[in-house]
Ligand binder design. Structure first.
Ligand code: SF4
Ligand code: SF4
Length: 381
């Protein structure tokens, strides 16, 4: 397993994490099988957004004294009023469900305390203009949560949350389909059944900005909806020229800036193993870029960090340099020091580009790589 640091929290997450939603309303034996498989494979981050006591107890029981081996990403304000998942900002109700989470896991802390489901203006105000935010911050002061995070499906709202400076972790819905179909024509919370009729325009600028903003601020991202509820894997539902594989979906998520872990919902040992098998794939098997080669619409020349342009005769890591350039371009006069440092550690600099053009011929997204290398050299060297 590979682990990535969660911003400045001092915690590190396995790049493949476990979403536990599919363990809800399932027998204990299913939880035990999945939790055992996940821990055996080195998975150390579990998202537990479900408010139900039974599933929480089942996961806790399956951990069998291994609570300290996992980071629990728990959600504050996730409730099941009237037997339906819902969200609330009412502090006494949030407290009741949060304390139930502690009791269920027989613990006195949750590692990642997530402000649950902030997608709308109403959600934002309900979190940041009420006692809710004070309650969450107090949980951190008291050590009941180790870090504050938030979950969102809406890139504009997620960027606003990041800009408040209150969070260290964002859980965000990320996959190739969501990113390629712009939010002005597409509801970001769902995979639209009409995707087959839509033209891909290249990465949605709002989502593109969000990833870079998180990267520049040191806010880590864990991803949800990585497989698009399985639709991206299906030839009937994939909006691309071919269905994606689990490995390609995971690779896409893990190559977005700031992403530390992709949370895969599993309900069998085999599904856990299939997700973790990502670590054994070749670069060719992970490459998702060919799935959109027969796209409709004009792509907008933004780098997707897919690495399809390699190899470079000067051994430049084009995706990595371009990612740093993209973040620097957010504010040329205020380039974050961590971005400058990362560039300084690159073994081959942009100025080593000999303008051979081999990369541009391979890039499926029409990126002007030579110009980008010139710009990176100007900004960083
Ligand atoms: S320049 Fe093109 S091929 Fe290279 S990483 Fe970016 S999008 Fe992929
Ligand atoms: S154009 Fe520059 S970056 Fe692209 S392959 Fe050639 S040397 Fe490498």
């Amino acid at each position: 397993m590979i682990y990535r640091p969660i911003g400045n929290t001092g915690m590190s997450a396995s790049i493949i994490g476990l979403g536990t939603e599919h363990l809800d309303n399932r027998p204990y034996e299913v939880c035990e099988e999945v939790i055992d498989a996940a821990l055996e494979q080195g998975i150390n981050i579990f998202d537990v957004f479900m408010p139900g006591t039974e599933v929480r107890n089942n996961i806790s029981k399956a951990l069998k004294g291994r609570r300290d081996k996992v980071l629990i990403q728990g959600h504050i304000g996730s409730v099941d009023i009237r037997e339906q998942y819902d969200r609330t900002r009412d502090v006494p109700t949030c407290r009741k469900y949060f304390e139930n989470l502690l009791r269920s896991f027989k613990t006195d802390y949750i590692d990642l305390g997530m402000m649950f489901f902030i997608d709308t203006e109403e959600d934002f105000k309900g979190v940041f203009e009420t006692e809710y935010i004070s309650y969450v911050q107090k949980l951190k002061e008291e050590g009941k949560i180790r870090a504050i995070g938030a979950s969102s499906h809406n890139p504009e709202m997620a960027a606003r949350i990041v800009e408040t400076g209150t969070i260290e972790l964002l859980m965000f819905s990320t996959n190739l389909a969501y990113d390629m179909v712009h939010t002005d024509i597409y509801d970001p919370g769902t995979i639209n059944d009409n995707l087959n009729n839509l033209a891909f325009k290249g990465i949605d600028p709002k989502r593109d900005y969000l990833y870079k903003l998180c990267d520049s601020k040191g806010v880590a991202i864990t991803t949800m909806k990585t497989l698009g509820a399985g639709k991206l894997l299906s030839s009937d539902f994939s909006p691309f020229s071919q269905p994606l594989t689990v490995g390609q979906c995971i690779h896409y998520a893990l190559t977005r800036p700031a992403v530390v872990s992709t949370l895969i919902g599993c309900q069998t040992r085999e599904e856990v193993l299939e997700a973790v098998n990502y670590l054994n794939l070749t670069d060719e098997e992970k490459d998702y870029s060919q799935a959109i080669k027969n796209h409709r619409g004009t792509l907008d020349s933004k780098c997707m960090y897919c690495n399809h342009c390699l190899p470079c005769p000067s051994q430049i890591n084009i995706a990595s340099i371009t990612r740093l350039l993209d973040i620097a371009a957010l504010d040329e006069n205020n380039i974050p020091s961590k971005i400058k440092k990362e560039y300084s550690l690159s073994p081959h600099k942009a100025s080593e580009c000999i303008a051979c053009g081999q990369c541009e011929a391979r890039c499926p997204f029409n990126v002007k790589i030579i110009e980008n290398m010139e710009e990176a050299a100007r900004l960083f060297e």
